[in-house]
Design a protein around this ligand. Structure first.
Ligand SMILES: CC(=O)N[C@H](C=O)[C@@H](O)[C@H](O)[C@H](O)COP(=O)(O)O
Length: 227
């Protein structure tokens, strides 16, 4: 197995992202968040945007999963080959991209995109999928690792309050490549369950690095209890 993927086996990856307009949307801030989660034992970092990725790459030696959210179309996670190459050029070890069945804005197929990323950059590709069928297709297309990142975020995929552990289990059982559980892992129990379901690694974002959401969870509980 590729050493980057081997380093993530059975480990936690923390997604460090802030959204447009938010107070923490700043590369230096995200880099400090990445350093903080590394101190807690994160085995890898997932981050968004070329500036954040460059800053984090310069500061940390952990495996880095990079993506670039761009555009206002349905496919916005590293939507084109040009985006993927730019992400690779930041030094990210793994390029994460939308691998749903939806058309890509540059008209390339997933297989063409994966092949070109491999040929041009030598980086690994993480396919962010929303369904079992998309996971199978992504592995067929040459993706090095498949993530359940988009489960619940396409109109045709199942959604629930927590991670889709059934999807994690089925993909982990059937795919020839490692499967990363990602999306709505909000508790330590869910993270452990994902590994028991067969996940190669678990990505947690919001529950560790998005204080606005975490605050809202606590505030809702406190207000509800006092009502
Ligand atoms: C759907 C989408 O755009 N997901 C993004 C992908 O990078 C991020 O916004 C998520 O925070 C990340 O996947 C981690 O998931 P969670 O924050 O639920 O732990």
């Amino acid at each position: 197995m590729n050493p980057v993927l081997a380093a993530l086996r059975g480990r936690l990856v923390v997604s460090c992202q802030a959204y447009p307009g938010e107070p923490m949307r700043d590369p230096d801030t995200m880099c400090r968040v990445a350093l903080a989660v590394a101190a807690g034992g994160a085995a890898g970092i997932r981050a968004q945007g070329l500036d954040d990725l460059r800053r984090i790459r310069a500061a940390l030696d952990l495996p880095l999963i990079g993506l670039w959210k761009d555009g206002d179309g349905e496919v916005f996670i590293t939507p084109t080959l040009d985006h993927a190459v730019a992400v690779a050029e930041t030094g990210a070890d793994i390029v994460a991209l939308d691998a749903t069945r939806r058309p890509r804005p540059d008209g390339r197929t997933l297989a063409e995109t994966v092949r070109a990323v491999h040929e041009r950059t030598g980086r690994l590709v993480m396919a962010d999928v929303s369904t079992y069928e998309e996971g199978v297709a992504a592995a067929d297309a040459g993706a090095d690792v498949v993530g359940t990142t988009l489960a619940g975020y396409t109109p045709y995929s199942r959604t629930g309050p927590g991670p889709d552990l059934d999807l994690v289990a089925r993909l982990s059982r059937d795919l020839p490549v490692p499967v990363i559980a990602e999306g709505r892992v909000h508790t330590v129990d869910q993270a452990a369950e994902a590994v028991r379901a067969g996940a190669h690694a678990v990505v947690v974002g919001t529950a560790i690095t998005h204080p606005t959401s975490i605050t809202r969870w606590f505030e809702t509980a406190v207000s509800g209890a006092s009502a």
